[in-house]
Design a protein around this ligand. Structure first.
Ligand SMILES: Cc1cc2nc3c(=O)[nH]c(=O)nc-3n(C[C@H](O)[C@H](O)[C@H](O)COP(=O)(O)OP(=O)(O)OC[C@H]3O[C@@H](n4cnc5c(N)ncnc54)[C@H](O)[C@@H]3O)c2cc1C
Length: 317
């Protein structure tokens, strides 16, 4: 937005960079042939955003969005507000937790929802298990295999290719320390002060067995945190934001009649409110698509506002 001449404020409730910032290595982002850590990618992005004059506000959690005249009032959890000529929602997704009895007491001790150097260093000589069949699980398994003696990747479905990028499937299947267990679900955890073993079930045969594991890494998908947008704009049944043709089908025709157009490609059911990246219904969950959609959304902001429109103006507390 800033590089395109808009007064732009980017706000994040937790940390700039979202999921990409927590990734140990991103290998399929254009321009980084030997991969780049999420931390480094985000560090560069922040420098670049500042260079163009964008303001980054962290932590700042948005809790409300209210149309006012041709603009929007964005409300924050601390009660402060900002007025915006256009809004791009890029609030991504949050991790889903594993529903297994007794797992809560081991969270943060032996059960993790991220695999960084910190967690990896805690389980060097031990076998570890990773739950999930998507790219996050594949990346975590590969990363942990550089530290742990053995990594078991527990996948509920019967085909690793269903949700994981081909390049990751190839590396996972080739890796001598990684064992992939398909049709496998965790039913129980054992261990007093830390995890010692898992009870897993083959969901095809219902057969159960115990696997030794010193740590469990969970990557079983994520959901959007869009509760605060319910009733404000149209969401799909899982809570992802509808845009473009899908938004058109759900939009209030009278609201759009005066504009003489329907929602643009990444526009929601509210004129001037766009969605980009993982929060968007039907999105491809990748860094390249999230950043690409962000760039495209800015182009559409111009189409909505005309060349002089500002993205965000402070409205004071
Ligand atoms: C471990 C891991 C590895 C990955 N590896 C790859 C890879 O190798 N290649 C690849 O292409 N993709 C990878 N991905 C996926 C990729 O990171 C995501 O698709 C991408 O980051 C999506 O970006 P986003 O901006 O849409 O959302 P997110 O990255 O989810 O960012 C959303 C941000 O919005 C903030 N937010 C949410 N709600 C609010 C609110 N109400 N107020 C203020 N802020 C809010 C959140 O705090 C978060 O920081 C990986 C993901 C993970 C978790």
């Amino acid at each position: 937005g800033a590089s395109d001449g808009l007064t732009t404020v980017a706000v994040d409730a937790v940390a700039t960079g979202g999921q990409a910032g927590t990734s140990s290595r991103i290998e399929n982002y254009l321009g980084f042939p030997s991969g780049i850590s999420g931390g480094e990618l985000i560090e560069r992005a922040v420098i670049q955003a500042h260079k163009f004059g964008a303001r980054l506000m962290v932590p700042a959690q948005v809790s409300g969005l209210t149309p006012q005249d041709d603009e929007y009032i964005v409300t924050f959890t601390d009660g402060s507000r900002a007025r915006a000529g256009a809004v791009v929602l890029a609030s991504g997704v949050w991790y889903r937790r594993l529903e297994v009895p007794g797992i809560d007491r081991l969270e943060g001790i032996s059960v993790y929802y991220a695999a960084t150097v910190h967690e990896a260093s805690l389980c060097q000589a031990d076998p570890v298990a990773v739950v999930g069949g998507g790219n996050s699980a594949g990346q975590a398994a590969l990363f942990l295999a550089t530290h742990a003696s053995r990594v078991r990747l527990l996948v509920r479905g019967g085909d690793l290719n269903a949700d994981m990028s081909r390049y990751l499937v190839d590396q996972v299947e080739r890796h001598p320390k990684i064992e992939v267990l398909l049709h496998t679900e965790v039913r129980g955890v054992s261990g007093e002060e830390k995890l010692e073993s898992l009870m897993v079930e083959d969901n095809a045969s219902s057969e159960r067995r115990e696997l030794r594991a010193a740590a469990l890494f969970v990557f079983i998908g994520a959901r959007p945190r869009t509760e605060w947008l319910r009733g404000v704009l149209a969401l799909d049944e899982k809570g992802f934001v509808l845009t473009g043709a899908e938004a058109q089908a759900a939009a209030d025709a009278t609201r759009w009649a005066s504009l003489g157009r329907g929602p643009l490609l990444l526009e929601t059911t509210l004129p001037g409110v766009f969605a980009a990246g993982d929060v968007r219904s039907g999105s491809v969950k990748r860094v390249a698509s999230a950043t690409g959609e962000g760039a495209m959304a800015i182009r559409l902001v111009h189409e909505h506002r005309g060349k002089t429109g500002n993205l965000v103006r402070s409205a004071g507390p």
